[in-house]
Each structure stands twice: as structure tokens, then as C-alpha cells.
Ligand binder design. Structure first.
Ligand SMILES: [Fe+2]
Ligand SMILES: [Fe+2]
Length: 160
């Protein structure tokens, strides 16, 4: 997990997390903070292990920790945050020791984390999409009525 810990300590990573934090200070709906990113990483690992995706854990963690890193840009200029995050992630990945192929695989998954078409894919794309959605505690959320997630997408029960 050496390279994953490098991500957590990377100056740009910390800066983007801080920008997300500031942009969401008053947000009533789900936030995109480090707690969410770690939830997605760990739920992703549960899917990875219990459903035999066979993905290296550093890929799962790196994709999860970076998948919402550009959320602040969506607030600033409307850029869809999966695209903003996919633009910001490669520099951090390379500087933390991920090679070009790993960087491409992780970036593709980040760019597809709101694309329901990848849901069934038995790869990092499908795993990240599922872990991200499963992480949200809709079943206990006070803002669930006003949330723009469709009823089908909302988690009615705790799975993990
Ligand atoms: Fe997201
Ligand atoms: Fe997310």
C-alpha cells in the first residue's frame, strides 16, 4: 500500500480535498470528503474479495481515493466531476509511482464512475461504480426526499 499512502500525502491531493471540503461546507446532501473516498475504497475491496474480481488492492484504493477529487470544479464551473477528477488524477498517480498502464486503467474507471453502463463490467470500472453507489447511507439520510438520485439508485438497505 506504499503508493496509496503516497497519494494520501501528496500536496495536490490534500489541496483538492480541501477545496472539496470548502465547496461543500453547507451541503445537506452527500459529501465528497475523505470519509466517502475511504468508504468507497473499503467497499470496493469487499466486492473485490467476495466476488473475486481479482484486482490489485492498490488499483482499487487509488481509484476510490481519487474518483471525486475534482468535485470542487463542478461547483465552480459546472464541469462534470467524473471528468474533472479524471483530468486531475493522472499527475498524482504518476508522481506516486503508478505506471502508464495503471494510470490509464484507474483514470478510465474514475471517468466512468457515474456511467451506469459499466455497472456489470467485471473490472475496475464496474467495481468503482458499484462501490461508490453502495457507500451512500440513503436508508438513514435526512435529505433523502430532496435528493436527485432516482428511487431505484437509492440504497434502501445496508449491504456492507
Ligand atoms: Fe462522484
Ligand atoms: Fe463518490
Amino acid at each position: 500500500m506504499e503508493r496509496v499512502n503516497k497519494i494520501l500525502n501528496h500536496d495536490l491531493y490534500k489541496e483538492y480535498l480541501e477545496r472539496n471540503e470548502q465547496a461543500e461546507a453547507e451541503r445537506r446532501f452527500c459529501r465528497h470528503n475523505v470519509g466517502h473516498l475511504l468508504d468507497v475504497a473499503r467497499i470496493g475491496m469487499l466486492f473485490n474479495l467476495t466476488e473475486a474480481y481479482g484486482l490489485p488492492e492498490e488499483l482499487v484504493y487509488a481509484a476510490a481515493l481519487l474518483h471525486d477529487i475534482g468535485r470542487f470544479r463542478q461547483y465552480e464551473d459546472g464541469t462534470p466531476h467524473e471528468r474533472a477528477s479524471a483530468q486531475l488524477a493522472p499527475q498524482i498517480l504518476r508522481e506516486c509511482g503508478f505506471d502508464d498502464n495503471e494510470t490509464d486503467v484507474i483514470t478510465e474507471a474514475i471517468g466512468n464512475h457515474r456511467n451506469a453502463a459499466v455497472l456489470e463490467e467485471r473490472n475496475l470500472n464496474g467495481l468503482l461504480y458499484r462501490a461508490d453507489k453502495a457507500s451512500r447511507a440513503c436508508y438513514i439520510c435526512a435529505a433523502a426526499q430532496e435528493c436527485n438520485w432516482s428511487g431505484r439508485k437509492k440504497n434502501q438497505d445496508l449491504i456492507w
